[in-house]
Design a protein around this ligand. Structure first.
Ligand SMILES: [Zn+2]
Length: 312
């Protein structure tokens, strides 16, 4: 178990004295984090102010002893945190540990549901912060639709894009319908829990960085694919990739840093970008049309011990 404290600065509305208070969060296991408020007051935050306007719990100024209700303290004029990004990261990380019912594992802890006001409190202090409001919408989605709304993505038609991915780190399954025609740049970038995908035949284009840095190890590729963007599958765990006959272009660094990629067949007539297969240590064999000149193949970034087989 580890306890981390975090500074919160409170300004007394009467005398202007600034007091440093401490929030803390407790890691009792990887699945439970609690964020409590004002450690030195010795009460969990739900005893202080739960976002309820009728709650008149007060903050006592250590200087002038004036008592100010927390609903006034937790506003932009009187309260600031040391590092807002730290809170945002913590709040987002909670969502990944939510169980099937949309509750955070074991403790029922939730910053904006029930009695824990951490998120409401931050929104009251930073009313202009769009990311906090977005995080709140994620929590609401979690409660109304369950965790599935964040871990699964289903798209039936058109182009898939990044804005459809609510929480990239939580996404586990993607279902693309037969009328999906493309995957926009960056759509699934860094979706570390996404391990496989079936790309339907109507998809002709996969944009730059579309799956870069994701957890992808298995891809079923559409038979109508024309273009693969730059770094589209870079830094993933895929071992095989079957290029369809339709493919026209493979972007620069498209498969760079794919540690498991071990065999490829490249159709004739495809344009391959620079370093498309750079730093793929397992790629020991590649089949290429004899029509592609050696100096072109030399720009692909293949490792020196990769055997190049030519076919007619
Ligand atoms: Zn005071």
């Amino acid at each position: 178990m580890s306890i981390n404290t975090h500074e919160v600065y409170v300004t007394c509305p009467v005398c202007g004295a600034v007091t440093t208070e401490y929030d803390y969060h407790e890691n009792t296991s990887s699945e439970r984090v609690e964020l409590l408020c004002f450690l030195n007051i010795g009460k969990p935050s739900n005893h202080l102010w739960a976002g309820n306007p009728a709650d008149e719990s007060c903050f006592t100024c250590p200087g002038c002893k004036h008592e100010t209700p927390y609903r006034i303290i937790f506003t932009p004029d009187y309260c600031k945190v040391q590092d807002l990004d730290w809170y945002k990261r913590l709040l987002r990380s909670q969502i990944q540990f939510a169980d099937r019912n949309g509750k955070v594992c074991f403790s029922d802890w939730d910053p904006d549901w029930g009695e824990e006001p951490a998120l409401s409190r931050l929104i009251a202090m930073y009313p202009e912060d769009h990311e906090l409001k977005f995080i709140q919408s994620l929590y609401n989605t979690l409660h109304i639709c369950g965790r599935r709304a964040l871990t699964k993505l289903e798209v039936t038609y058109g182009k898939v894009s990044r804005d459809m991915v609510l929480l990239p780190e939580a996404l586990e399954k993607v279902y693309l319908g037969d009328s999906v025609v493309g995957i926009a740049p960056h759509t699934f970038e860094n979706c570390a829990s996404l391990h496989d995908i079936f790309i339907p035949d109507a998809v002709t284009e996969i944009g730059d960085d579309a799956f870069a840095g994701s957890g992808l190890s298995k891809v079923h590729v559409s038979s109508g694919l024309l273009y693969l963007g730059k770094r589209a599958f870079a830094h993933t765990w895929i071992s095989r990739f079957f290029f369809p006959q339709t493919i026209q272009a493979i972007g620069e660094e498209c498969f760079m840093d794919c540690a498991c990629l071990n065999h490829l067949w490249i159709p004739a007539g495809v344009e391959v970008g620079r370093n498309a297969f750079a730093n793929c240590p397992s790629l020991k064999q590649i089949q290429i049309s004899e029509s592609i000149p050696k100096d072109v193949v030399d720009t692909w970034g293949l490792s020196p011990d990769c055997v190049i087989e030519r076919y007619q």
